[in-house]
Design a protein around this ligand. Structure first.
Ligand SMILES: Cc1cc2nc3c(=O)[nH]c(=O)nc-3n(C[C@H](O)[C@H](O)[C@H](O)COP(=O)(O)O)c2cc1C
Ligand SMILES: Nc1ncnc2c1ncn2[C@@H]1O[C@H](COP(=O)(O)OP(=O)(O)O)[C@@H](O)[C@H]1O
Ligand SMILES: [Mg+2]
Length: 155
C-alpha cells in the first residue's frame, strides 16, 4: 500500500456503543468526513499503528476500517482501539492516528465470541509488529510532535 504510513486526525464521535459493552474492546470512532478523506489505496480492513489523544502520550493501536460485516453496518467506519487502559472516555477530543501497516481483511463470524477472539489476536499481532525498528520509529514522528505543540522552525 503506497499510502502507508498514513496520518490523520479527527474528533472522537459516538458509534453504536458496542465496542465496550458487547466486545470489551472500546474503539474511538471518527466522523464520516475523516473516513471519506482516507487515501484511495487505504482499503477496508484491519491495520495497526500509533495513536495519541490530544497532546497525550503515543500508544500502540489497532484500527478497523469498513462496514463491520458481523454487524452489517450501512455506513463505513474507522475505529481505533488504543492498546492502553484509560480511566475515562474522550468523546469530543482530537485523536491523532498514524496507520503503519495492514493486517488482514474484515470478516464475518458465527458468534460474538469468535469476533472477540479474532480482535484479541489482531491486538497481539499488532503489538509484535510495532516493535520492529521501522515501525517503532514512527512513534516519534513529527506528526505527533505537532499535536504536542512542538513545531520547531517549520521542521
Ligand atoms: C482490531 C479490530 C478488528 C476488527 N475486526 C472486525 C471483523 O473482522 N469483523 C467485524 O465485523 N468487525 C470487526 N471489528 C469491528 C468491531 O465489530 C467494532 O469495533 C464494534 O462493532 C464496535 O463498534 P462501535 O464503535 O460502533 O460500538 C474490528 C475492530 C477492531 C478494533
Ligand atoms: N483504550 C481505548 N481505546 C479506544 N477508546 C477508548 C479506550 N478507552 C476508553 N475509550 C473510550 O471509549 C469510547 C469507545 O467505546 P465504544 O464502546 O466503541 O463506543 P462508541 O460506539 O461510541 O464508539 C471511545 O470513544 C473513548 O472515548
Ligand atoms: Mg467505537
Amino acid at each position: 500500500m503506497r499510502s502507508l504510513p498514513s496520518f490523520c486526525r479527527g474528533q472522537v464521535v459516538r458509534g453504536f456503543g458496542r465496542g465496550s459493552k458487547q466486545l470489551g474492546i472500546p474503539t474511538e470512532n471518527f466522523p464520516e468526513q475523516v473516513v471519506d478523506s482516507l487515501p484511495a489505496d487505504v482499503s477496508t480492513g484491519i491495520y495497526y499503528g500509533w495513536a495519541s489523544v490530544g497532546s497525550g502520550a503515543v500508544h500502540k493501536m489497532v484500527v478497523s476500517i469498513g462496514w463491520n460485516p458481523y454487524y452489517k453496518n450501512v455506513k463505513k467506519s474507522m475505529e481505533t482501539h488504543i492498546i492502553h487502559t484509560f480511566k475515562e472516555d474522550f468523546y469530543g477530543e482530537i485523536l491523532n492516528v498514524a496507520i503503519v501497516g495492514y493486517l488482514k481483511p474484515e470478516k464475518n463470524f458465527d458468534s460474538l465470541e469468535a469476533l472477540i477472539s479474532a480482535i484479541q489476536c489482531d491486538i497481539e499481532e499488532a503489538k509484535i509488529r510495532l516493535d520492529l525498528p521501522e515501525h517503532w520509529k514512527l512513534k516519534d514522528d513529527k506528526f505527533f510532535q505537532i499535536s504536542k505543540g512542538k513545531i520547531m522552525n517549520g521542521h
